[in-house]
Design a protein around this ligand. Sequence first.
Ligand code: AMP
Ligand code: ZN
Length: 117
Amino acid sequence: MAGEPQADCLFCKIVAGDVPATVVRETETTVAFRDINPQAPTHVLVIPKVHYPDAASLAAAEPKVAADVLREAGEVATEEKSESYRIVFNTGSGAGQTVFHAHAHVLGGRGLQWPPG
Ligand code: AMP
Ligand code: ZN
């Protein structure tokens, strides 16, 4: 069924507590944890607890949860005192997506170049 946990998905395992993570926030529908390979002083991933392969498919199927992810990204930035920050959804391997469970990268704590690479 759409949204159900996938046995081979790293982020479903983090949601289930089977893989450890440094969790900074959790809600009924989302988990936010520090990226294991940070690219900025603040680098937190916000994921929905439900499994969808990318942000757009999450938004199409469960728009409220997609909004929860965005709101939580903002809450993380506030908690980290990042007034300026970037929310990134890499989508597809050509754009650098390596984990096919929707996730927002929240990056901040340093100047961020535009356009990104
Ligand atoms: P993406 O490349 O956009 O799919 O993002 C996946 C992110 O997950 C990368 O930035 C990885 O550093 C991060 N990552 C991979 N494994 C873990 C883990 N066990 N805990 C936290 N972050 C992870
Ligand atoms: Zn998953």
